[in-house]
Ligand binder design. Structure first.
Ligand code: ZN
Length: 118
């Protein structure tokens, strides 16, 4: 009986921790998502809450980490997109002119900002 109580307590703690972690992760998802367009057409939409590497048509490589997106590599001659700092807020974008790649942040952040403004 006593041992079962401990197991039950342990299970509850694990579940509580999992819920907390889930909520923290969900909070991050408020950072929105990045929309990648190539040559004016939507290439894909990626959540900023999820750490990932996005290969954009073999010409650019985008890294999403800790709620920010950054162009890690590109085969363009000017490397302007690679030098661009990481983006995370609505309306920010990284543009690779030679490859016609546009990475922009959309949604989520705006409503959150309205709540923060005093
Ligand atoms: Zn570029």
């Amino acid at each position: 009986m006593k041992k079962n109580d401990w197991i039950l307590a342990g299970v509850i703690i694990v579940i509580a921790a999992a819920i907390l972690l889930f909520q923290l992760t969900r909070g991050d998802s408020g950072a929105g998502e990045v929309i990648v367009t190539v040559d004016g057409e939507t290439f894909g939409t990626y959540s900023l809450a999820e750490n990932q590497t996005v290969d954009i048509g073999g010409t650019n490589r985008l890294i999403i980490q800790d709620g920010t997106a950054q162009m890690e590599w590109a085969d363009c001659p000017d490397q302007v997109c690679v030098d661009h700092s990481a983006i995370s807020r609505e309306g920010e974008s990284i543009i690779c002119l030679p490859n016609q790649v546009v990475v922009s942040v959309e949604s989520g952040e705006e409503a959150e900002l309205d709540g923060v403004v005093r």
